[in-house]
Design a protein around this ligand. Structure first.
Ligand SMILES: [Zn+2]
Length: 106
């Protein structure tokens, strides 16, 4: 994968997550910031929901059928769909990071 940006992963198997989350199984990562390779300044997805959405779509493209979930401040993707309540809650809890999870390897 060649994004040409550094990513700041703020949680994988650590941190607090929804009880149904796949974080504890090592299938999810939360990314809160990015920076162009070689630069020192980090950019927070919190302040830039459009870039978060771009990043989510790139990840969705790269991961293809392995993608399970992509949640961010402006765009949500879940393989099996979501209820309206899920959507409201997921937007509320993903304002400051992008959550990406993959399906288990078969
Ligand atoms: Zn997450």
């Amino acid at each position: 994968m060649h994004l040409n940006i550094d990513l700041y992963v703020n949680a994988t198997t650590n941190g607090r997550h929804d009880p149904n989350s796949v974080h504890p199984c090592g299938q999810a990562a939360d990314i809160s910031r990015w920076r162009p390779v070689g630069e020192t300044q980090w950019h927070f997805f919190k302040n830039d929901p459009e870039t978060a959405t771009d990043f989510e779509s790139i990840m969705a493209e790269e991961l293809g059928p392995s993608l399970h979930e992509a949640y961010g401040p402006d765009w949500l993707y879940h393989l099996h769909g979501m209820t309206a309540d899920d959507v409201t809650e997921l937007y509320a809890t993903h304002q400051d990071h992008v959550h990406i999870s993959v399906l288990p390897e078969r």
